[in-house]
Design a protein around this ligand. Structure first.
Ligand code: ZN
Length: 305
């Protein structure tokens, strides 16, 4: 699969920055999803042309984590991976699952444990299973001194309790796709967590409260993500007819986040990129050869693992 940017002639269809500005990091993109199977190379190329030079492919199951790792291996320096089991899959976890996750997590392309957490919204797995395997994955991350990529929906209290007990062993943790209340956000910030904001903030039906909350998040703990192919920003000027989200739309989310934070776009771009590179131990600037100089205070990958 070639991700050659020069293959892409329709990058101008994407309402984003031209390439050459700050290299953005999409910290959560489900590129192994079947909706990307037919045109993944184009999706990656469009993202890079839009200034999204680095993407972290979310692993949400064992098979998905292997696939994410394989993708990252094929696109060194552009794609990275996480390895974990989403709470929806907790019912199928066994001791072998954990051993396999450990194997994956020790590979250089895998930069975090997760996606793991609790989701009581639909309870696809029984809550006791969810809690058990969430705790186990957080403990694995602690053992390996790796950051964790976290998912929480309608489960704030239990989620916080499990995390609080194990927080000291973790180098860092991000609540991805945060959609909660002010009190929930404050509790996460008190635990020194990072916060991932998606295109949910663009949703006039259910995301507007996030616009008031973003300013509370210290810039060094704020990161941005598309969660593609899910959560297409609802206010894209030219939404794709199939309503598939893709990482090339990240600059649009950045615009909304910067406006909500009341800060200049470039400042938020630079800060979120720096936070993501530090969080995932990605070292200096890479990917599209963006103009942002490698921040001197970003430790090397080895320093954060
Ligand atoms: Zn999630």
């Amino acid at each position: 699969m070639s991700g050659d940017v020069s293959d892409v002639s329709d990058a101008s269809d994407v309402s984003t920055d031209p390439a050459g500005s700050i290299d953005l990091v999409d910290i959560g993109v489900n590129l192994t999803h079947k909706r990307f199977r037919a045109d993944l190379a184009d999706v990656i190329a469009r993202a890079r042309a839009a200034g999204v030079g680095t993407m972290v492919v979310t692993g949400t199951s064992l098979a998905g984590s292997w696939a994410a790792w394989e993708l990252a291996r094929q696109h060194p320096g552009v794609l990275h991976a996480t390895a974990g089991v989403h709470p929806h899959g907790a019912r199928d976890c066994t001791g072998d699952t954990l051993a396999e996750l450990r194997d994956l997590a020790c590979r250089a392309e895998v930069r975090a444990v997760g996606e793991c957490g609790l989701d009581y919204d639909r309870n696809f797995s029984p809550p006791p299973d969810q809690r058990r395997w969430f705790a186990a994955q957080v403990e694995l991350a602690g053992e390996l001194s790796m950051p964790v990529f976290l998912h929480e929906r309608a489960a704030h209290g239990d989620f916080l309790a499990i995390l609080r007990e194990r927080r000291a062993a973790l180098p860092a943790a991000v609540v991805h796709c945060f959609t909660g209340s002010a009190a929930e956000l404050d509790a996460y910030l008190d635990l020194d967590l990072h916060i991932g904001i998606t295109g949910w903030i663009c949703d006039e039906r259910r995301g507007l409260h996030l616009r008031d909350l973003v300013a509370r998040i210290p810039l060094e703990r704020l990161m941005i993500e598309t969660d593609a192919p899910f959560l297409m920003p609802r206010d894209l000027p030219r939404p794709p007819p199939d309503r598939r989200n893709e990482p090339a739309f990240l600059p649009h989310i950045l615009d909304r986040v910067a406006a909500a934070a009341g800060k200049p776009r470039d400042e938020v771009a630079r800060a979120t990129t720096r936070a993501a590179r530090r969080f995932f131990g990605l070292g200096g600037a890479a990917g599209t050869g963006a103009a942002d100089p490698a921040p001197a205070d970003v430790p090397s990958a080895a320093g954060t693992r």
